[in-house]
Design a protein around this ligand. Structure first.
Ligand code: FSO
Ligand code: SF4
Length: 546
């Protein structure tokens, strides 16, 4: 295996024997093989789309498959074997439809469009030869992988939107175009850089689509105090990003005597009016994903992982860890997809919860959130006045991810060291580094404004664009907003590409720059977009406040 798609890539270079995330060598290889076969499907499906011959299930298949390969989403080898078999069958089906309709099959096919096999052993044998390192030139490899990781993040968000019935057919078509481009040796570095930005453009589209899906279905997030203590009933802990799963779980647990709590990235569900209406929705338990080994244990009840980030579970709760959708872990029960027009069946989770003790209280109190675009717009006058009067000197976008590396303490220290006339705008699990600090408020505006999940970084961009309009500026970079973003996995990659596409400059990215950026590609990002890493808290605050 060779994997360097996340921030925790071993030694800042890449994982080769087993992932730091716990992903075994054979699973990593099959994830690469799945991406390889997707490239082959895409080659034919782009032609099939033009002719109106693309099978309906292709969009969801491409999107879901990309999603399953995201860091910490799926560790189940059997799921990948099945998916590769399905992928090969889909590719042949599309090809056969082209032939049957007299469409000429191109002669210059990449191996991903022609290679075939059917057994796990054959997949295992093939996979090591088609991985990331099979692109020899390190700059081309870097750009190709940057595009693919952006697509993976984009796919995750597209899947959540699809689950709510919001689909944009151009998204999967673009994913196919970009996947095929990564097999084209004739493309220049400049053309690949242009494709990186185009990926960012689609990232904006997808985040806007998901925002529309979430807010049209569940209402606009509103200022909310979220309980972080526990009740007396047994509970189910739900994590990940999928709000449709959240809704179905709340409905099915109502009146059963089982409470529902969110973990990590599901915290923002507490901000939605539709979810707040459920009395047995108690609040949020614990912190960011990487603390789950302790927190899932003390929670006592079953846990439902709707997406990443899964940490290989301890035996003490492994049988209580349910996965669903793109998530999977060998030996953990998996809740099947919803039938057409129906709902998922969470009864097994609920029945298990009834036999469990109530959660152990690990903290008490409240956290405040719900500052997505509509809520911030409702406060716009107050915010604008605070900026005009100088009460707020600067905003710091500190969106993104949390992770287990010690050097992420930087973000807690940075938040603490920020001057009192600054406000943090956050989204994603990065917030857990400072959302429980007593940072106070400025004239009633909390100093940490949480918009929601990492995909709600879109809200932060909408807020920035609105401020640009209010202050009649020509350039988004003239606003008193600094960007100090923490990244971990591929959704953060698409968020970053989306911000670059929107023209945001001088983003600081930490705790380390991606291992998949070759020195030359990193230079392009530095020179064109002013991307920088992070330094010491003291130096960075000086730099940002200058
Ligand atoms: Fe975090 Fe994990 Fe939302 Fe990511 S829980 S790290 S970018 O999956 O998706 O912020
Ligand atoms: Fe390593 Fe990250 Fe890849 Fe896991 S996802 S194998 S930690 S680079």
């Amino acid at each position: 295996m060779f994997c360097y798609q996340c921030q925790e890539a071993s030694k800042g270079v890449g994982c080769t024997i087993r992932g730091v995330c716990g992903k075994p060598d054979d699973v990593a290889n099959l994830q690469d093989l799945l991406i390889f076969v997707l490239k082959g499907i895409s080659r034919f499906d782009l032609i099939a789309r033009e002719k109106g011959l693309s099978p309906k299930r292709t969009d969801r298949f491409i999107v879901e498959s990309l999603f399953t390969t995201i860091t910490n989403a799926n560790f189940d080898k059997a799921a990948f074997v099945k998916r590769i078999q399905d992928a090969l069958a889909l590719r042949e089906e599309i090809k056969a439809a082209l032939v049957a309709n007299g469409v000429e099959i191109p002669a210059d096919l990449h191996e991903s469009a022609t290679w075939t096999a059917s057994t796990e052993a054959e997949f295992d044998a093939k996979a090591p030869s088609i991985g990331v390192l099979s692109t020899e030139n390190e700059d081309v490899r870097s750009l190709r992988e940057l595009i693919i990781y952006g697509l993976k993040g984009m796919a995750a968000y597209a899947e959540h939107a699809m689950n709510l019935g919001y689909e944009d057919l151009t998204i999967a078509a673009f994913a196919e175009e970009a996947l095929v481009a990564t097999t084209n040796d004739a493309l220049t570095a400049d053309e690949l850089v242009a494709l990186v930005l185009k990926t960012g453009e689609y990232g904006v589209n997808v985040m806007a689509l998901l925002d529309k899906a979430n807010t049209s279905t569940y209402g606009n997030p509103e200022i909310t105090k979220v309980n972080i203590g526990v009740g007396k009933n047994p509970g189910i802990l739900i994590s990940g990003h999928d709000l449709r799963d959240m809704e179905e779980l709340l409905k099915q647990t109502e009146g059963t005597g089982v409470d529902v709590y969110t973990h990590s990235e599901m915290l923002p569900a507490n901000y939605y009016p539709k979810f707040k209406a459920y009395k047995h929705f108690v609040g949020n338990y614990g912190n960011a994903w990487w603390k789950q080994n302790e927190e899932f244990e003390s929670f006592n009840g079953p846990i439902l992982m709707t997406t990443n980030c899964i940490v290989p579970p301890k035996d003490s709760y492994k049988h209580k860890l349910f996965t669903t959708g793109a998530a999977g872990f060998p030996g953990c029960p998996h809740i099947a997809d919803r039938p057409e027009g129906g709902a998922k069946d969470f009864s097994a989770v609920i029945e298990m919860a009834k036999t469990c003790a109530a959660p152990v209280e690990i903290e008490t109190g409240e956290i405040v959130g719900g500052f997505a675009h509509a809520q911030v717009f409702a406060l716009a006058d107050k915010v604008v006045d605070a900026v005009k009067s100088g009460a707020i000197k600067k905003f710091f976008v500190m969106a993104g991810c949390d992770g287990r590396m010690k050097d992420r303490d930087y973000y807690t220290e940075f938040a603490k060291a920020l001057p009192n006339d600054t406000v943090i705008l956050t989204a994603g699990c990065a917030k857990y580094r400072y959302n429980k600090l007593p940072l106070g408020d400025i004239g009633g505006i909390p100093r940490v404004l949480d918009a929601g999940q990492c995909n709600d970084s879109y809200s932060l961009a909408v807020i920035a664009l609105k401020l640009k309009e209010v202050f009649e500026l020509n350039d988004i970079n003239d606003l008193p907003i600094a960007y100090n973003i923490a990244w971990y996995e591929q959704k953060a990659v698409i968020v970053l590409l989306a911000l670059l596409y929107l023209g945001v400059k001088n983003i600081h990215l930490g705790p380390t720059l991606p291992a998949f950026l070759s020195p030359n590609v990193a230079n392009v990002l530095v020179n064109t977009f002013g991307i920088a890493g992070v330094g010491s808290v003291e130096d960075d605050i000086k730099l940002f406040m200058a």
